[in-house]
Design a protein around this ligand. Structure first.
Ligand code: ARG
Length: 269
């Protein structure tokens, strides 16, 4: 599924729109999918404050606050590494039209994984914020913490609620099961199993979709706190049977991510 990777890697809105247009031409429009839970595709509204670290980025991606002045997102969402003040991060505002809650903070710097390539692997980036977010931080999986790679995960975002659909003004959440690398590689020949993790139902119906990229896939630890195990990266269409969502695998990237965050919670230049 070379094309799937290309769509996932498209960073410009125009490219995404083009890709979606091409998809609509070359393949039958997706039939309405009925899934195990109502997204995201197949999701329900998240409550205000339920995921306080959840962030919407102005270029149309998701992200999570992992240090006072740092959000973690997908590399394919951002421009190359360097100073940049053109992004706005909207934090802890489940309904984006409700400006009486949450915060809106400008970016100051972008760090894009230097290993990120057009093949779509190492799809992670950091955005430094102009001021500290006043929310609890989302804890990321530790390097080698593969024990988190099982069971089911919570996905969320303001992305399309059906393939080809518009963005959502309200934050949606859904639950999806872990998919093994062996099974996922049957759908995506280009899967990089060491650094990517898949999730979704065999029959589809529940998934992240365009505009959810960069957002966190999380799992509740035994201690009750949320841990980030994946970063929304790519998929063929959305919620299709046999095509799970593919996520950057945070446990495999954790040391590299942490190495770019200073003790004061900013991005190391
Ligand atoms: N690349 C998409 C974006 O830019 C996210 C795709 C996720 N797709 C999926 N089927 N899980 O928002």
């Amino acid at each position: 599924m070379k094309a799937a990777r290309r769509w996932g890697a498209a960073s410009a809105g125009v490219l995404v729109a083009l890709a979606v247009g091409l998809l609509g031409q070359t393949q039958a429009a997706a039939a309405p999918v009925s899934g195990p839970s109502p997204t995201v595709v197949g999701g329900t509204n998240a409550a205000q404050g339920e995921f306080p670290w959840m962030t919407r980025l102005s270029m149309g991606c998701g992200a999570a606050v992992i240090a006072p002045r740092v959000v973690l997102t997908a590399a394919h969402c951002v421009r190359p590494t360097g100073a940049y003040t053109g992004y706005t991060a909207t934090i802890n505002r489940a309904n984006l039209t409700n400006t009486s809650v949450g915060q809106s903070i400008r970016s100051t710097y972008v760090y894009r994984s230097p290993l990120y390539s057009s093949t779509g692997t190492y799809d992670w980036a950091l955005i430094e914020l102009a001021s500290a977010a006043n929310v609890p931080l989302l804890s990321i999986a530790n390097q080698g913490e593969t024990s988190l790679n099982s069971g089911s995960f919570t996905i969320m975002g303001w992305g399309a609620t059906y393939e080809g659909g518009p963005q959502s003004s309200t934050l949606k959440k859904a639950t999806v099961p872990f998919v093994s690398d062996a099974t996922c590689a049957q759908a995506y020949r280009e899967l990089a199993p060491a650094t990517e993790i898949c999730a979704g139902y065999p029959q589809g119906g529940v998934d992240t979709c365009q505009g959810d990229s960069g957002g966190p896939m999380v799992k509740r630890a035994t201690t009750g706190e949320w841990r980030e195990v994946g970063i929304v990266s790519y998929g063929l269409g959305c919620a299709r049977a046999g095509y799970p969502g593919v996520y950057a695998e945070v446990q495999a990237l954790s040391n590299a991510i942490k190495a770019r965050i200073s003790s004061s919670g900013t991005v190391i230049r």
